[in-house]
Design a protein around this ligand. Structure first.
Ligand code: AVI
Length: 321
């Protein structure tokens, strides 16, 4: 059977959907904005730069685990799977597995179209044998439309979800997402997932308050984006970045705090901010290995293997069904 080696499906969300989410978040009594709005072109670049900072340990720690255990992970999963990666970004981490895992097809999914196209081209050049079916899609809205191209010899479906992105879901949503993954991969399928671990809050605080101010810029970029795409009149200089670890909730919280009382205009609405009022932009939940295994079990997975770094900062789990 012959297939095109690289395919692209475009299901980029409409601007109207973004406006509705932004408006409903900013009109609610506790103002919030959805973290997926971080990832326009600039936001994705900033996130990549954050991952390089000395303070943001998750990326390099997870990469270290993938490097150290790539052979063991590939052996646990087995060859020729259909590898689906929701929120694939620059597909950097999967590259550490591709040679050993040799999937029949790799299906990256990302909301940022330009970013996705660039990374798929780069992947095609580095791994000329690899079949890629990329999808520009908001995976948080559902995973159901994932249909792999007809590639012969494919075994099971495996979802790769690195980076502790699961930590950005509320616990109930994390469970719902894991259940959706379980129904997507079906019996025999699996989930390889990176999860940030609970640790000394000082380490966590520094990771979300880097000295270069990149996390601050990343957080404020959301306002620049809303101005550019939805024609709002935020002055980002009149908000500051506030990130802290909330131990009772086991999460980092990121907020944008209004400097002074102000009014913002957006799509005919007037949004009033009190001095010091917060817009909650992100939560990043941290788990123990046991807590996460329990969550995966509740979602229907069998508890499988996990791998840690020496400092026990980060975990990678493989669960199957
Ligand atoms: C993508 N996600 C797992 C990151 C995190 O750590 O929660 C996003 C991030 N926010 C600030 N720095 C990084």
């Amino acid at each position: 059977m012959t297939v095109r080696r690289i395919r692209f499906t475009d299901r980029e969300p409409a601007q109207a959907d973004i406006l509705e989410e932004v408006l409903s978040g900013l009109l609610s009594p506790k103002k919030r904005l959805p973290p997926k709005l971080f990832y326009d072109k600039r936001g994705s670049e900033l996130f990549e730069a954050i991952c390089e900072t000395p303070e943001y340990y998750p990326t390099r720690t997870e990469i270290g685990i993938l490097r150290d255990y790539a052979a063991e992970i590939a052996e646990t999963i087995g060859r020729n799977c259909i590898l689906v990666e929701p929120g694939s970004g620059n597909s950097q981490k999967v590259q550490l597995l591709l040679e050993t895992l040799r999937p029949a097809v790799y299906m990256p999914m990302d909301i940022s179209k330009d970013h996705l196209k660039t990374s798929v081209q780069a992947l095609g050049a580095t791994f000329p044998w690899l079949h890629v079916h990329a999808m520009c899609v908001d995976y948080s809205a559902g995973l159901e439309p994932v249909e792999p191209p007809p590639v012969s010899g494919a075994s099971k479906k495996v979802v790769f979800f690195p980076g502790s992105t699961i930590g950005n879901f509320e616990p109930g949503d994390a469970l719902a997402f894991l259940r959706r993954v379980a129904s997507l991969v079906g019996p025999g399928g699996g989930l390889l997932i990176g999860v940030d671990l609970k640790k000394d809050p000082t380490v966590l605080h520094q990771a979300y308050n880097d000295a270069q101010g990149l996390t601050r810029e990343f957080n404020l970029n959301m306002l620049h984006r809303i101005n550019a795409e939805l024609d709002a009149d935020f002055d980002p200089g009149r908000f500051y970045h506030y990130a802290f670890y909330n131990p009772r909730e086991s999460r980092i919280e990121m907020h944008l705090i209004s400097r002074g009382a102000q009014e913002i205009h957006l799509a005919g609405a007037v949004l009033r901010f009190a001095d010091g009022e917060s817009v909650h932009t992100e939560n990043s939940y941290k788990y123990t290995v046991e807590e996460f295994r329990k969550l995966a079990r509740t979602a229907g997975f069998r508890v499988g293997s996990h791998w840690l770094d020496d400092g026990k900062l980060f975990s990678i789990h493989y669960f199957d069904l």
